[in-house]
Design a protein. Structure first.
Length: 311
């Protein structure tokens, strides 16, 4: 064989096996609940709260944990999916020195939920138990688009009514007043905002490692707050995509509670379905609470962990 032809052939063969260093793998992330019909999610958050009341520092902690399934239903002509969510664990524990210990309820460990003594602590623990146990095995539904926008939520009001009806040791008038107050935080619209913040994270176009985009959200409960988030693709694997996320949060100047701060961490998203599989976030906020004629400075540091898996 002619040596020149052999050399040319080897060079061409080598060219076929070499990719330019600038070429990058791109993925199009969007939500497709039909890929996995049912998921189990676990959400947990821990917060350390420091307040200064009349010159004295008061520290407290609160832990919230929720477990719930998401069952995908049919899609409409626009690709929107109706998802039914059912709680299978609910926990709210508060450790406040003014209460003398831990107060709250954990459906996973009801026998040791509370350790505080006293009439007020006992009443609060019983109230938490009756109300939060009422959430268990109740469902609500939401409609979500492939872009992660939550369009509507139904069933939260009925679930709240059922939960508060469990607290039948309270007078009817007190229960109705509690329903009115709690529905400000546990309403269809409040849940829509929460879910929308969790799922509205997609760029809307193919992305590669190093690409970034912005998302904004406005929350009205429990505190009116604007949230601006910055996402960056850290890694792309065969089954997952890793994202770095950093957010700034700021409440308005009106209202009793004024807070601002940051939230940052990482997320892992299923590459095929776009469904978030894990999030690990750190939060730091500061501001003040105005109550009973006092302005109380406060700082909050916390962690948030969310895990999901197909069933």
């Amino acid at each position: 064989m002619n040596i020149r032809l052999l050399t040319a052939a080897l060079l061409c063969f080598g060219c076929l096996g070499v990719r330019p260093a600038t070429a990058q793998q791109k993925v199009s992330l969007k939500l497709d609940f039909s890929t996995a019909k049912k998921y189990q999610y676990d959400f947990s958050t821990h917060q350390d709260i420091r307040q200064t009341i009349k010159g004295q520092e008061v520290r407290s902690q609160q832990d919230i944990r929720m477990g719930y399934t998401m069952q995908a239903g049919k899609k409409d002509a626009a690709g929107n999916t109706v998802v039914e969510s059912t709680y299978n664990r609910f926990s709210y524990l508060m450790n406040n020195p003014m209460m003398g210990g831990k107060v709250g309820y954990d459906s996973g460990h009801p026998e040791d939920s509370s350790t505080a003594n006293g009439l007020v602590a006992g009443m609060m623990s019983r109230l938490f138990k009756e109300v939060f146990s009422g959430f268990l095995h109740h469902s609500f539904s939401f409609t979500i688009s492939p872009q992660g926008k939550v369009i509507s939520v139904t069933g939260i009001t009925e679930m709240m009514d059922s939960a508060l009806d469990h607290a039948d040791f309270l007078p009817q008038q007190v229960r109705e007043a509690m329903k009115t107050n709690m529905k400000k935080s546990f309403s269809n619209e409040a849940m829509r905002e929460t879910l929308d913040k969790s799922f509205d994270l997609y760029a809307g176009h193919p992305v590669a490692v190093g690409d970034s985009w912005e998302k904004s959200a406005s929350l009205t409960t429990p505190v009116a707050m604007d949230m601006q988030s910055h996402y960056t693709v850290k890694d792309i694997k065969d089954k997952t995509v890793s994202l770095a996320v950093s957010s700034t949060l700021a409440s308005g100047q009106s209202g009793e509670t004024k807070l601002s701060g940051t939230q940052s961490g990482t997320m892992e998203v299923d590459r095929k379905s776009g469904i978030p599989l894990r999030a690990d976030l750190n939060q730091k906020m500061e501001g003040s609470l105005s109550t009973q004629g006092m302005t109380i400075p406060m700082e909050i540091t916390g962690t948030i962990t969310i895990t999901g898996k197909a069933l």
